[in-house]
Write a protein that binds this ligand. Structure first.
Ligand code: COA
Length: 427
């Protein structure tokens, strides 16, 4: 039998946006019992992007943190795939902006992958396959970034499940974080109208109940297919991680698997096998393509030595729909991820918004994204030492980014329209 090349996630880093709204604040504004959001959906706070943050800046922040914290050699990266459903342009991928703003080699394939919340998994699995083929070459590492802003209409049922964030992962042949099983994959696709965002809208449309039932039937389908093909069963998984549009959804998913496995101890088992992965999702909300990987990062960051070497099962779902169940084994030395993920540190730096400020951020963010207005005065200037990249609107139909001086040169060399912050803002 042919040996499977060792491939998986070598390192992982999360970007946490600087602002949040407590779900109690939103419940009061929407005249809803806060228990519905806190316990019924399982969310505590939702990350909110500033008007000068967008899916590009979040992806760049996550990628730069990954590279700096792990002292990575960017010259080894031969593939950059951004998984996202928050595209900022009909033609130009987010990956192209990220490539320039991070300063990657010209010998690097760059593109976006899109299938709703499955986008991150599409990018990861494609990158892993690419790494398996390019194993012996110098440029054999892939950078995968899942970046999204989850936005629904004000006052809608989906609003409390909003969120934002980005997860960057280095994929290669030294999988210190997650050694992926590439042989066994179970995928499922079926056209369904459960969640979508027409090109003329900045917030998503959703048939919530249909999306839940489609998610659960795709889970049953892929889990059973995977079980039959791989031989991995219920007792093999120390942890089960799911796509998390809201944390209660992971509980619903876990219960479905308990039903399939005739296990009647769902609550206790959930607390042991899935609960420990959900704390960060409760804080950031839905980050669409990155939400499964935010769970993985959360499990690693809090789990430390306890989770070393654990076999995990992962379920990814993207509305529309495409889903996949797959497995892998966590690394055996938590020093490889300790202090490098950045969720706790990111949460510590956050600022809480009032409901009125949240509405103002929504309005300004939409204006910057849609009407071609340009401001050379980014709102995030106060965070100069913390953030590296600022989005400041569209001028002459081109997206404009401010970058900190240390990355400005790289960006200028790559031909991206940017201005150094120092030219207008004292840091
Ligand atoms: N205290 C505690 N729980 C409460 C409560 C209260 N005061 N009030 C309601 N709840 C519970 C409900 O019983 C329900 O629990 P259950 O799911 O276990 O039955 C839960 O809170 C949600 O209430 P529900 O009335 O079903 O919410 P909703 O119809 O307003 O919307 C979604 C829920 C998920 C459909 C909606 O948030 C949505 O559309 N989200 C976006 C789409 C999405 O995330 N899809 C997931 C698959 S990708």
């Amino acid at each position: 039998m042919q040996m499977q090349p060792k491939v998986g996630i070598e390192s992982i880093s999360v970007h946490v946006p600087r602002y949040f709204v407590d779900l109690k604040t939103l419940a009061a504004a929407n005249d809803v019992d806060p228990g519905k959001y806190y316990h019924g959906l399982g969310v505590r706070r939702m990350a909110v992007v500033a008007p000068d943050e967008d899916p590009v800046t979040m992806a760049v922040e996550a990628a730069r943190a990954l590279i700096e914290r792990n002292k990575l050699d960017g010259g080894r990266i031969g593939l950059l795939v951004v998984g996202t459903e928050s595209g900022v342009d009909g033609a130009k991928p987010i990956a192209a902006y990220v490539h320039g703003l991070v300063g990657l080699s010209g010998e690097c394939r760059t593109f976006d992958a899109k299938h709703a919340c499955y986008s991150g998994t599409a990018a990861l699995r494609m990158a892993a396959d690419w790494c398996a083929v390019h194993g012996t070459q110098h440029r054999n590492k892939a950078l995968v970034i899942a970046t999204d802003i989850a936005r629904y209409d004000e006052g809608s049922a989906g609003e409390p499940t909003q969120g934002a964030g980005a997860v960057a992962m280095l994929v290669g042949d030294e999988p210190h974080v997650l050694d992926l099983d590439l042989r066994n994959e179970a995928v499922f696709s079926r056209e369904v109208m459960d969640f979508w965002r027409p090109n003329y809208r900045s917030s998503a449309m959703v048939d919530g109940k249909t999306s839940i039932s489609s998610y659960l039937s795709a889970l049953k389908n892929t889990y059973l297919t995977h079980r039959a093909a791989s031989g991995f069963g219920w007792d093999d998984y120390e942890y089960l991680l799911f796509h998390v549009p809201f944390p209660k959804m992971a509980y619903k998913a876990f219960r479905v698997l308990c039903g399939l496995e005739r296990n009647d101890n769902a609550d206790d088992q959930f607390d042991l096998r899935s609960g420990p992965a959900l704390w960060a999702n409760r804080e950031l909300g839905n980050i669409y393509s990155g939400s499964l990987y935010l769970s993985l990062a959360g499990l690693l960051e809090k789990g430390g030595r306890k989770v070393e070497g654990a076999r995990i099962g992962l379920f990814s779902y993207g509305s529309g729909c495409c889903a996949e169940f797959f497995t892998g084994r966590l690394g055996t030395d938590s020093k490889n991820w300790a202090d490098k993920i950045g969720i706790g540190a990111g949460l510590d730096r956050r600022t809480e918004l009032t409901y009125e400020q949240y509405l103002a951020f929504r309005k300004n963010g939409n204006a910057l994204a849609c009407d071609g207005s340009y401001t050379g005065d980014p709102q995030g200037a106060a965070f100069g030492r913390l953030r590296k990249v600022f989005y400041c609107g569209i001028r002459d139909h081109r997206r404009m980014y401010f970058v900190n001086d240390n990355v400005a040169q790289v960006a200028r060399n790559s031909g991206i329209e940017t201005r150094s912050r120092r030219s207008s803002v004292a840091v």
